[in-house]
Design a protein around this ligand. Structure first.
Ligand code: UDP
Length: 241
């Protein structure tokens, strides 16, 4: 029987991981496949919290570049994450996985308000907890949300599932043929070399709180389970190597 390496995890899904080929909107087929991969690790007994991004619907930066007030544009981005979270919840529950969507912005008709102790209780009851609406604050990202919530619920690791890359590279592998993939990195390397893993606020939060990160591709089915079992996939980022 497969023994998971981690007891409690935060899975970070970018908004694009919920979209079809064009990277925009929601693809029910893709969401179903992501949900099936989440179910695989729930069945292993792992406590799963998910943070979903919103980039497939709206990014605050785009709005502010169009002349909108940055905070307003960011709140729109946070609302986009709620839509993605509800879509994932729907798909998980159709596959008989019990879930709760918690929102950092109060909207009681659609989600429970985020209360740390309640989130932990849900996890102990093996419900998948989906953290929506980011941190509830503009100027942050859902990567930072994953780092913050991971620290709060004392998760063992953040699993960062990417839909466009299978780990961390020295340069963009799509444009630079010399780019090399790293197996392991320290947060210090990530920050110092400006590597595109997560934004710097999220990286420092993970570094300061000693939360390891595994960056891998979600395009290969079964990869979330491989990551949970501690198989060598993607890139592992730690405080110290
Ligand atoms: N956002 C925010 N505060 C947060 C989390 C998210 O303002 O704590 C907004 C921000 O505008 C961001 C958008 O929500 O662009 C969508 O999140 P993100 O870009 O992190 O999604 P992803 O790139 O993972 O799809």
């Amino acid at each position: 029987m497969s023994v998971p390496k981690y007891k409690r995890i935060v899975l970070k899904l970018s908004g694009e991981a919920m979209a079809g080929g064009q990277g925009f909107g929601l693809s029910p087929e893709i969401i179903k496949s992501v949900a099936a991969q989440v179910k695989e690790i729930v069945d292993l007994g792992v406590e799963v919290a998910v943070v979903v991004g919103g980039g497939n619907i709206w990014r605050g930066k785009v709005g502010s570049e169009m002349g909108m007030d940055r905070a307003t544009a960011d709140y729109m981005g946070m609302l986009a994450t709620v839509m993605n979270s509800l879509a994932l919840q729907d798909s998980l529950e159709k596959q008989d996985v019990e879930t709760r969507v918690l929102s950092s912005i109060e909207m009681r008709q659609v989600a429970e308000p985020y209360i740390r102790r309640r989130a932990i209780r849900h996890l102990e009851k093996k419900r998948v907890v989906i953290f929506s609406a980011g941190t509830g604050n503009p100027y942050f990202s859902t990567d930072t949300t994953a780092a913050l919530r991971a620290a709060e619920i004392e998760a063992d690791v953040i699993l960062m599932a990417k839909n466009n890359v299978d780990g961390v590279y020295s340069a963009d592998p799509k444009t630079d043929i010399e780019a090399v993939k790293y197996d392991e990195l320290s947060y210090f390397d990530v920050i110092q070399q400006g590597l595109q893993v997560m934004d710097s606020t999220a990286s420092t939060l993970c570094m300061d709180n000693d939360i390891p990160l595994v960056v891998f591709s979600i395009m290969e089915k079964g990869n979330i389970k491989r990551a949970v079992l501690g198989e060598k996939i993607g890139t592992v980022v730690r405080r110290t190597l």
